[in-house]
Design a protein around this ligand. Sequence first.
Ligand code: ZN
Length: 217
Amino acid sequence: MKNESALVLHSGGQDSTTCLFWALKHFREVRTLCITYGQRHCLEVEVAEKIAQKAGVPFQLLDASVISQLSDNSLTNPDMVMDEEKPADSYPNTFVPGRNLFFLTFAAVIARSHGIKNIVTGVSQADYSGYPDCRDTFIRSTNVTLNLAMDEQFILHTPLMWLSKAETWALADDLGVFDLVKNETLTCYKGILADGCGQCPSCRLRKAGLDEYMKRR
Ligand code: ZN
């Protein structure tokens, strides 16, 4: 893959930042795509741009806020109280239906315009909520669909698909960016950098993984 280029879906969070540095190791040229969809915190964009600058790669921003008009979810609706746990019979209200399908479609169209076949995304099947559009079967199916839709040979890469959060910290460490990921990424649903609020589901997942990794570091 070393002679090829890749487009990384980058939000400025722990997972996509780790994927960005994974891509820099495996591809000759890398560019990032940051998609906004009406999230509560626009700080994400600033964080993503700063990390792209540090990594020395082009940064592209796409406004897809139409996604927030399609369904009600607590990531884009400030009046909705965020689910702390996954309800037994459904997904938490942090689930944005169709989000990754839109993201990958936008990414593929943009990758195609740059002559890029490799698309990297930080989705993980081991993620706590079990969002359907983070599963391996969804990614494989979407890969086939995108290739058929555009008569291309895209390859969707998901380096974190089978990793726990602790293993994702280990990967960042292997890539030499443990401190950058720990101190400069934004994962918190409440928009607080680095270790975040410590309370939201995203912070708790990040911290549990970090604690587990630090025990064996
Ligand atoms: Zn938080």
